[in-house]
Design a protein around this ligand. Structure first.
Ligand SMILES: C[S@@+](CC[C@H](N)C(=O)[O-])C[C@H]1O[C@@H](n2cnc3c(N)ncnc32)[C@H](O)[C@@H]1O
Length: 471
């Protein structure tokens, strides 16, 4: 049985690695043990707006040579302006559609002859268009968890539109916000995973707290227990009506939609002790020998700035890692001082059109605790410039620190070592890819469970056919 997959918004192929493995090996074992996969990516798409060189595509095509990979804007492949016949021929038939797409404004202006009229450039509507024409049996989408409570002025509306439009296409849905670190993986990265099964797929999405927590595809993959509030309601009305009038507020961390019936609640993770979710569980596990790290990754307290940087502060506040002088100024003398200043507590004097004010920030830890799963990688992680959010590893207190290398960032997302290494791709771009990517081990785990569930549902229906033909 081969499960044919289309990978949208492919980036550098996180979904593909999770489903297919790499050279037959699994992400959970850091690519040392076999992954028996029956997934086959038959088409993928990736296009980075506003850059002429398509760096992610360079990596993707290099890693999967001969792949049926399309490097065009998805809007030119599948949108309301592209006919059904054209969408159908642009994208091969498939069983499972996967993709991580941005959280944008999904509001609906109306319905015209071409279909639902969402805002231009909102990528959800391209996914919707593909589903409309191709109707794959299953979908697996990834997004930031903010999607469940967006937009700020009408909490939950965007996810409600997404759910309602899926329901109208015949899909039942379950979702779960998964923090990879809660299940033994090396990064604290929270993302919502949305799994949909078409009513004709043979696989059913059910209602009920226990089912969602333990027995669904996401529940079996990442078991959990209800914690706190729950809500159940019927998602009534058309997409336009929901867009205008949604009143149920935010969606909780997991839930299901069967027909238009919603059940949603928050949960506590209950990882299954029999499962090795990942060989790497903390930042320490992914670090390479410091001696093998290039000079550009080190932040040295002895590297003196050409000219000191002076930042005026609110009188009497105390900075976290630096002393103020008698004129209430922070004086930054070294490269390391810049990091200390940015990561530390401050109340910096700034001037806007309305006059002077103090910009305040609380303290963050200067270096990352290597015994814990790492903080979330964001797209600006690369480059040597000092930053509040980039990771720092302490080698000698107050003296020597270093940033993470692209290879270490790849390991935090459970990618194969040097997956994004390419002669035309800088280290900063490689870090950018990892800021965009997902934790591969999550997809691998969902893939393993989904494949079993599909097999069971096929066996069940074969048995049913048999007993019907015998009667
Ligand atoms: C959140 S990232 C997904 C990363 C991917 N899951 C991975 O593992 O690398 C979203 C991707 O969508 C791509 N993208 C944005 N707009 C697009 C468009 N109009 N057509 C195709 N791809 C687009 C971005 O370049 C980015 O790589």
């Amino acid at each position: 049985m081969s499960i044919k997959v289309v990978e949208l918004f492919a980036g550098v192929g996180g979904f593909r690695l999770g489903l297919e493995g790499w050279n037959g090996k699994s992400a959970s074992s850091n690519y040392t043990k076999d992954l028996k996969s029956n997934y086959e990516v038959v088409w993928s798409n990736q296009w980075e707006p506003s850059t002429s060189i398509q760096h992610a595509n360079l990596v993707y095509k290099d890693k999967w040579q001969g792949a049926n990979h399309c490097g065009d804007d998805i809007d030119t492949i599948a949108s309301n302006e592209v006919s059904d016949t054209k969408v159908d021929s642009n994208i091969p038939d498939h069983d499972l559609l996967v993709g991580g797409f941005p959280c944008q404004d999904y509001s609906v202006a109306g319905v015209n002859t071409n279909g639902i009229e969402g805002k231009k450039g909102v990528l959800w509507w391209n996914i919707h268009r593909i589903l409309e024409v191709k109707r794959p049996k299953f979908i697996l989408l990834e997004n930031v968890d903010r999607l469940l409570k967006s937009p700020v002025n009408k909490r939950g509306r965007d996810f409600a539109i997404l759910l309602a439009t899926l329901s109208d296409l015949g899909y039942d849905v379950e979702w779960k916000v998964i923090n990879a670190a809660d299940y033994g993986m090396p990064q604290r990265r929270r993302r919502v995973f949305i799994f949909g099964a078409h009513k004709a797929s043979g696989l059913t999405i059910e209602e009920g707290v226990d089912w969602i927590s333990q027995n669904s595809v996401l529940g079996k993959s990442f078991p959990s227990q209800i914690k706190g509030d729950r809500k159940a309601f019927e998602l009534k009305g058309s997409a336009v009506e929901i867009s205008n009038d949604f009143v149920h507020g935010k969606f909780y961390n997991c839930g299901s939609m069967v027909g238009r019936n919603i059940l949603t609640f928050d949960y506590t993770p209950k990882p299954d002790n029999n499962i090795n979710y990942s060989d790497f569980g903390s930042l320490k596990d992914v670090l390479i020998d410091h001696g093998k790290v290039g000079d550009e990754f080190f932040v040295d307290s002895k590297k003196v700035l050409k000219t000191p940087i002076i930042k005026e502060q609110k009188p009497s506040i105390s900075l976290s890692y630096l002393q103020m002088n008698s004129r209430d100024e922070a004086v930054l003398l070294t490269e390391l001082d810049k990091w200390k200043y940015l990561k530390g507590r401050k109340a910096e004097k700034r001037v806007s059109s309305k006059g002077a004010f103090y910009y305040t920030e609380g303290p963050l830890s200067l270096s990352d605790d290597i015994n814990l799963p790492s903080r979330t990688i964001i797209t600006s992680e690369g480059g040597s410039g000092a930053s509040r959010f980039k990771h720092l590893v302490e080698l000698e207190k107050d003296v020597l620190y270093r940033r993470l290398t692209p290879l270490e960032l790849e390991r935090l997302n459970m990618f194969p070592d040097n997956h994004t290494k390419h002669e035309r791709v800088t280290d900063a771009k490689r870090a950018f890819f990892m800021g965009n990517a997902l934790v591969v081990g999550i997809v691998e785990r969902i893939g393993v469970v989904l494949s079993k569930c599909i097999k069971e549902s096929q066996d069940k229906s074969a048995l049913q056919h048999l007993s019907e033909s015998e009667n």
